[in-house]
Design a protein around this ligand. Sequence first.
Ligand code: F6R
Length: 607
Amino acid sequence: MCGIVGILGKHEVAPTLVEALKRLEYRGYDSAGIATVNDGALERRRAIGKLVNLSDLLVHQPLAGKSGIGHTRWATHGAPTLTNTHPHQTRRVAVVHNGIIENYRELRADLAQAGITHQTETDTETVALLAQHYIDQGATPADAVRRTVARLEGAYALAFLFEDEPDLMIAARKGSPLAIGHGDGEVYIGSDAIALAPMTNRVTYLEEGDCAVLTRSTITITDPAGTPVVRTPRTIRVDAALIDKAGHKHFMSKEIAQQPTVIGETIAAYVAADASDINLPGEGIDFTKINRLTMASCGTAYYACLTAKYWFEQLAGLPVEVDFASEFRYRTPPISDGTAALFVSQSGETADTLAALRYCAGKAQSILSVTNVPESSIARESDLTLPIYAGAEIGVASTKAFTCQLTVLLLLALKAAHARGRISSQTLQEKLTAVRGLPAIFNQAMSIEDHVRSISQRLAESRDALFLGRGLMFPIALEGALKLKEISYIHAEAYASGELKHGPIALIDEKMPVVVMAPRDALFDKTVSNMQEVMARGGKVILITDQSGATSASEGVWQTIILPDIDFDLTPILYALPVQFLAYHTAVTKGTDVDQPRNLAKSVTVE
Ligand code: F6R
C-alpha cells in the first residue's frame, strides 16, 4: 500500500505533487509528505493524518523546487507519527517507498555495525541509509541505488532524489507497481497511472526488478542484472470523472448509485446484441477442456468468487475450489491437469492475489482474471483478462466493482454451462435476456433507500449484528457483514443460515439485529425456519426478500425490505444493494469516515 509519486518538472512541483497524492490517497492516508531539491539542497514537508494536513502545512511553509517526490502512507513498520512519515532523508538522499522490506532487521544490524544509526522505526529509512552508505563509499547515485536494491528482500516501489542533482530521479520496483509518465520536457513516476493522469496519459510500466534512471530528457531502464532493457510506453485511458462526487455526499453513495449504469455497460460489453451468446475477449476460453476451476482472491473479491462457485457448480457442473489468496499462496495446493485458475481483483494489484496467480502460472492450464484495471499487474500476468467496466472506484469499501464482478462471473458461468452442454442455446438466450433486464430492475430497487436509511438509524445503535443466508445468499450475507464492519465499525458476522444452531445462536438476544437474506427461491422455507429460531430467542430480524417472501414470512419480523422479483440466479447481484445501503446509512448516522474508514486502504499491495 502507500502511494508514491515523483516529478522532474519545468515548474515548481509541490502543488502538482500534492494533487497527484490526492489521487493516490486511496492507497493509504495515515500521513503524507513531499521532498524537493532546491538550490542543490534536499528539503521536505511532512504531516500526520490525511493529505489535507500536508496541504495546510504547505500554505504556511511552502516548499520550492522543480524536482520532487511525495508519499501517502498506510503504516506498516512504525506508528503513523511524524518521524515515521515519508520521505525519509539522509544527508544526500531522500526516498519514498511502497511495500515492505522483509530483511530490514538484518540490514539495520549491518548498518549499525558500520556505525550508522536509525532515527525512525521504518524499513524505508534503512533503504535511504544504505544508499547514503554506498554514496559515501564513492558510488554514483545510480550505482548506490542498484547496490541498495540488490540487498533488499520483500516488496518495493521506490523513488530516490539526491542532493545537488536537480535533474536526476531514480526509481526501482519489485512486487509493488510503478509507472513512469512521459511529459514534454518533464518526467514523472507514480504508483499508478491515475496519479499521473493530470500530467500525462503516456505511461511505461516498470517490470519486476527494473531500475530506472530518469532525467528530464533521458530514461534508462535496467533489469536486475544491470542490463539495459526496453519497456514500451502505452497510452492510458483514465476516467476523467475520477475525483468528482457528482453531487453525492460520499464517493460510496455515488458508486452505489452508479450500479445500474455500470452493470449495464458490463453486460453490453459481453452479451451479443441478440442475447444468443457471451463474447469473451481474445480467444476466450474453451470450457470443454477444463474439468476444475481454482479461484483465489481477497475481501469482497473473495466473496464474488464464493458466489461464482455456486454458479459454476450449479449451472455448469464445473467443480470449483475457492480460497483466500493469503491462505492459498502458502498452502501449496496441488493443481491437477485440466485446472484453470481464476483471480478476481478490483485493483488488480492486491499482493496476495498476485502471489496466488504467480503460484498457478505454469501449473494451471490457463490464468484468468476479472479486474477493473486492465493495465494492472494481475491483468498483465493473466492469459485472459475479463474487464468489469465499473469505472474508477474511489470509496474504500467496494460496491459497484463487486456487483460488476458478479455480473462477469455469472456470464462466465453461463458460458461454461452452455459450452459443457448443461444448458441449451434456448436456455442460454433466456438467461441472457434476464441478465439484460438486470440494470432496469436494479434501478427500480434503488427506491428502497429511504426505508433502509430509517432502519439504519436504528441499526447504528447496535454493538453487533448478524447476517444470515443460504446458498447464493450466503456469500452476500458475508459481504453485508464486511461492509457494515468496515465502514460503521459495528461488529458484524455472517453465517450460513443452517450453521446458526451449531453455535452462533448463543449470541441471539433482544439486542441482536439479524439480517436475513431470503428471496423466495428453493431454499426459502429452510432459511425462514432458521429465522423463526432467531425470533423465538428474541432476535430482531431484518428480512430482505421479494414480495412473495414478504407476504408469506414477514409476520413477527422487526423490519422487511422488499426487492423486485428477479431470476433467482441473479439474486446475488440485486441483493448486494440493500446490504450496501444498510452499511452506508449506518455509517453516515454514526458519523464515521465513510470513504476512508480507519486503518484501511483501497489497494492492498503488501501481504
Ligand atoms: C472491502 C474491500 C476489500 C477488497 C480487497 C481486495 O470493501 O474493498 O475487501 O475487496 O482488499 O481488493 P482487490 O479487489 O483490489 O483485489
